[in-house]
Write a protein that binds this ligand. Structure first.
Ligand code: NAD
Length: 358
């Protein structure tokens, strides 16, 4: 595959293939845009079957980070790294040190962090070779687990969508949550405290029992979550939760949750819109976590401590942006995900133009 012709390339500023003979590291670091600031996005370790698959994943994830960071209005661009390998068998400290050297070689154009298959402990090794690592613990700028902040943003987003779709607050509204992990469990507690009824599912029965005990939620098996009577469906597990099959079964008017890549295809977003349902674009509503990380990066750069007020102000602004997406979708009769993509591209292009003019 030619990189420049690949559908996922989409004007990336840089794509770096990294190989380290001593450790066997094979990594791709994709930098979609630094127009709004240094590119930031986690590092994923995955046993990709082909190099092309790794490249495509890195490119898609990196562009998605540009869009997410632009909509969260944080001074960061979008990037992502993938390490080709099995996280259960192929990890060594030296491998992550080699990855850290590669990040350092980019001179601060890219900030890395944990993602699927990569832990805080792995990133401690990378940090020995580069300062451009976020998400570590035990220093004044550290931001800690981003999940509660992600959940807070999703909670406020659900509240906003219910106001728009049903003209009411959350009291007595039923929310079906798919996945009660880090984000879903926090979201469930906030919704329960606001008086919502919860129906929850997960493949992890222990997690389900714990959340049900804390919130009074009703538990259903994973396959049944699309069929329950609920005003809101909140995907908080894996991607692709909204597909042709689930869309036909959902009963409510709102889809709003924390998972990434909720729409199986962009066409599903159009079908959802045509059904009169309201979809909170995933990378907008779940931007709380990256806002938290951005506060850490800003504090490291400035040599100051983590500032929770900065995070709160950005969360407020995120909800204003989500409201703008919903308003424009209604006014322009276009699906919310198309409106959000357009707004994200415009924000990035605006920053590019400002950079050129400077
Ligand atoms: P997690 O792994 O803690 O939770 C995911 C939960 O989904 C787990 O409990 C898992 O058992 C469950 N699950 C998996 N497959 C399922 C299925 N088929 N049916 C029902 N449940 C299933 O992950 P998380 O950190 O809570 O993230 C959840 C989603 O939110 C992911 O898509 C993630 O990419 C996205 N996200 C997370 C953050 C964050 O701050 N953690 C930020 C932005 C986006």
């Amino acid at each position: 595959m030619s990189i420049f012709d690949s559908a996922a390339f989409e004007n990336h500023e840089g794509v770096h293939a990294v190989f380290d003979e001593m450790t066997g590291l094979r990594s791709i670091i994709a930098i979609h845009s630094t127009a709004r600031g240094p590119a930031a996005g986690g590092c994923r370790m995955w046993p990709y079957e082909t190099d092309d698959a790794a490249l495509t994943d890195a490119l898609k994830l990196s562009r998605a980070m540009s869009y997410k960071n632009a909509m969260a209005d944080i001074p960061l661009g979008g990037g992502k790294a993938v390490i080709i390998g099995d996280s259960r068998t192929d990890k060594t400290p030296a491998l992550f040190e080699a990855f850290g050297r590669a990040v350092e070689g980019l001179g601060g154009q890219y900030w890395t962090a944990e993602d699927v298959g990569v832990s805080v402990a792995d990133m401690v090794h990378a940090r020995r070779q580069t300062r451009y690592v976020a998400g570590l613990e035990g220093h004044p700028a550290a931001s800690g687990d981003p999940s509660p902040v992600t959940a807070e943003g999703v909670f406020r987003g659900v509240r906003l969508c219910v106001e728009r779709a049903y003209g009411r607050d959350l009291k007595g509204v039923t929310v079906a949550i798919q996945g009660v992990g880090h984000v879903g469990a926090n979201l469930a507690e906030k919704l329960a405290a606001a008086g919502a009824h919860l129906i929850i599912t997960d493949v992890n029965e222990a997690a389900l029992a714990q959340v049900a005990a804390r919130t009074g939620a009703t538990i259903v098996p994973p396959a049944a979550i699309f069929d329950v009577e609920a005003e809101v469906f909140a995907p908080c597990a894996l991607g692709g939760a909204v597909n042709a099959d689930s869309l036909a079964r959902l009963t409510g008017r709102v889809v709003a949750g924390g998972a990434n890549n909720q729409l199986a295809t962009p066409q599903i977003g159009r079908l959802l819109f045509d059904k009169g349902m309201l979809y909170a674009p995933d990378y907008v509503i779940n931007g709380g976590g990256i806002i938290n990380v951005a506060a850490e990066i800003a504090a490291i750069e400035a040599g100051t401590a983590f500032d929770p007020d900065w995070v709160e102000a950005r969360l407020d602004r995120l909800m204003i942006t989500l409201g703008e997406v919903l308003d424009r979708s209604l006014a322009e009769k276009r699906p919310t995900h198309e409106v959000a993509d357009e707004m994200a591209k415009a924000r990035i292009a605006g920053a590019q133009a400002a950079r050129k003019a400077a």
